[in-house]
Ligand binder design. Structure first.
Ligand code: NAD
Length: 301
């Protein structure tokens, strides 16, 4: 039986870990939030009180953490003297990080893992919480051919499309490009829907029109930002995440950092980042990112 240590049981990690349980793996789970660990344990996972406990007897590790700083601390150790998991895992343990982080951090972790004879892949995902629950995520993987082949055997239980983007860090690069596009598409979708509503159109009808027209996109199709158009979207559930505004802001920042390093122009991404930065600063950091729709709505009419 495959034993997997799963670290980070937030909006994405919890449903991903549950799919590994359903696939028959022994899944040893850890999160800083005890309640999240207990919730998973009640669904068939094995609760761990620390990362080291989660690693015991594991053949593979999956991490699903917020940002690069968390991933570096968990894999490489922190300034409080805690050892990184690379220094404590058993030989031959496969390491998979599915968080969205900067490619440099992913490469740093990959090279330290390699120096210890361990296989590591960066394997960020696309598909949101619904995709995580349905086991239909897209994985965008960076790492060696050998590491990719091994990782595929674990990732197939959580996703439908598994792409090998290239070497270490390239999975993150692919994901950053995708989310730059998503930030732009969500902003545009909010803007167009609000323009129609302000001019007397019914958002349901307008959504249907654009879905059958050239404005069709993922945000409109699966994640409509206007409340009560799509029952399953965060917009119809008080903008509970989902994908938090602060995480979209982080991802657009990663896109802009990457562009600065390669001297690439990203004017649309830059505008989208500023929109999300305003929205984030206005008390919406923990709301779903589709709540950007509220930024457009006129309050004084
Ligand atoms: P989240 O904030 O809901 O979950 C992160 C979890 O990591 C939290 O439960 C937190 O307690 C835990 N954590 C942080 N540091 C830890 C540590 N040292 N040890 C153990 N646990 C720790 O975030 P999320 O929405 O699940 O996203 C996770 C990653 O996936 C992010 O990088 C995000 O950008 C990316 N992502 C999210 C979505 C989405 O729709 N939510 C989609 C694709 C990718």
């Amino acid at each position: 039986m495959t034993t997997i240590a799963f670290i980070g049981l937030g909006n994405m990690g919890a449903p991903m870990a549950l799919n590994l349980v359903k696939a028959g793996c022994r899944v040893q789970v850890f999160d800083l939030v005890e309640q999240s660990v207990e919730q998973l344990a009640s669904q068939g996972a094995v609760a761990a009180n620390s990362i080291e406990e989660a690693l015991s007897g594991a053949n593979a590790v999956v991490t699903m953490l917020p940002a690069g700083e968390h991933v570096r601390a968990v894999y490489l150790g922190d300034h409080q003297g805690n050892k990184g998991l690379i220094d404590v895992v058993a030989p031959n343990t496969l390491l998979i990080d599915s968080s969205t982080i900067d490619p440099d951090s992913a490469r740093l972790v990959a090279s330290y893992a390699q120096s210890k004879g361990l296989e590591f892949v960066d394997a960020p995902v696309s598909g949101g919480v619904a995709g995580a629950a349905a086991g239909s995520l897209t994985f965008i993987v960076g790492g060696s051919d050998k590491a990719f082949d091994k990782a595929e055997q674990v990732l197939k239980h959580m996703g439908k499309n598994i792409f090998h983007a290239g070497k270490a860090g390239d999975g993150q690069m692919g994901k950053i490009c995708n989310n730059l596009m998503l930030g732009i598409l969500m902003s545009g979708t909010c803007e167009a829907l609000n323009l129609g509503i302000e001019n007397g159109l019914d958002p349901n009808v307008l959504s249907q029109i654009m879905l059958q027209s050239s404005g069709r996109n993922w945000a409109l199709e699966l994640y409509n930002p206007c409340p009560d158009v799509m029952e399953t979207a965060p917009a119809s559930n008080g903008y509970q995440p989902g994908f938090m505004t602060k995480l979209m802001l982080k991802d657009l920042g990663l896109g802009l950092d990457t562009a600065a390093k390669s001297q690439t122009s990203v004017p649309m991404g830059s505008l989208a980042r500023n929109l999300f930065a305003f929205h984030n600063a206005n008390g919406n950091a923990e709301k779903d990112f589709s709540s950007l729709f509220e930024f457009y709505q006129s309050k004084n009419k």
